[in-house]
Ligand binder design. Structure first.
Ligand code: SF4
Length: 325
């Protein structure tokens, strides 16, 4: 029972599709996962695997003509799928904070950054002007600016990429959300700035008992950041695991391949030991297991029917026939 009360988010059979030519292409197909309060889930996949579309689906931001075909997103006990725009707008920025990849395009170049933070707070809170400003200054301090008053009056172009990302993080957590969704927030940053931003996110999330979905193509990041990991491929979640178990003993053949390529990179090999083959196009998916053309363990039945998700232990799920007996 304790666990249930601790549940923040449950995603059931989430399916999102786009019309392409005369077809309906499911870019997210039957995705299931859950997130407890205080947990960080790393959603990992190559580009085109459906990880970003999964997060957009959760937030009700699937760009048309795409749409959610089915499934549920139970957040704080309420199903967000099909919620009117007005209600979704209230939840976004308030209960769910978002941090995206490109800080420059998410900020308005003609307004001072402090005013942009104030605006986010104003949308969701009924505070006086001076209360809001005070809160914005506090937020600037909490994301690592030593002279928040001075940062408040600067414009986005006067800041570095890392500083801009700090501003966006301040905006994302400004209403003390219970969930933060961060989509490749450090991709545009250099390695040193990246690790500072990751530390900041981790501090904010754990310090304020928030939960976070962190989307990335970089397994390394999740090793130090996440509690749980989900591996996406061709719109599906192929494996969910606890982070320490995953890095010690990944289950799915695709996960093993991903980890192998990371290990080889670390040992300074020039070439990534790539998984043979390429990520399939969403409009030309193979039959059966979507990974079968690239899988070293492929069996005849893998080509015929897609394996179901199987729970092996609490918090450990895998979609592969090697684990179905
Ligand atoms: Fe490989 Fe078959 Fe498992 Fe797919 S179901 S990952 S093809 S063993």
């Amino acid at each position: 029972m304790g666990m249930l009360n601790n549940r923040l988010l449950e995603v059931h059979d989430l399916t999102t599709a786009f019309p392409i030519d005369s077809d309906t292409v499911r870019v997210v197909d039957g995705v299931n996962f859950s997130l407890d309060k205080g947990e960080i889930l790393g959603l990992v996949g190559e580009s085109g695997s459906g990880k970003t579309m999964t997060s957009l689906s959760i937030m009700g931001l699937v760009p048309p003509p795409g749409r959610i075909l089915g499934g549920q997103v139970i957040f704080e006990g309420k199903n967000l799928v099909g919620l009117p725009d007005k209600d979704m707008n209230n939840i976004r920025g308030d209960r769910i904070g978002m941090v995206f990849q490109e800080p420059m395009s998410a900020l308005n170049p003609v307004f001072r950054v402090g005013d942009q933070i104030c605006e986010t707070i104003e949308t969701h809170r009924d505070f006086t002007k001076s209360e809001i400003k005070g809160q914005a200054i506090e937020l600037l301090r909490s994301v690592g600016f030593d002279e928040p008053e001075q940062k408040f009056i600067q414009y986005p172009h006067q800041l570095s990429g890392g500083q801009r990302q700090r501003i966006l993080i301040a905006m994302a957590v400004s209403c003390n959300p219970s969930l933060v969704i961060a989509d490749e927030p450090t991709t545009a940053l250099d390695v040193a700035t990246e690790s500072q931003i990751l530390c900041l996110l981790q501090e904010l999330v754990t310090g304020n008992s928030m939960s976070m979905i962190f989307i990335t193509h970089n397994l390394h990041i999740i090793k130090s950041l996440g509690n749980r990991i989900g591996i996406m491929y061709a719109g599906r979640l192929l494996e969910q695991n606890r982070v320490d178990d995953f890095f010690r003993d990944p289950m799915h053949p695709y996960s093993k391949g991903l980890l192998d390529s990371v290990v080889n990179l670390k040992s300074d090999q020039q070439r990534l030991k790539a998984i043979p083959g390429t990520v399939p196009k969403m409009s030309e998916l193979p039959t059966g297991c979507k990974f079968h053309p690239r899988c070293p363990s492929v069996m005849p039945m893998c080509r015929e029917v897609e394996p179901q998700i199987k729970e092996l232990d609490k918090g450990k799920w895998v979609r592969c026939y090697l684990y179905q007996s």
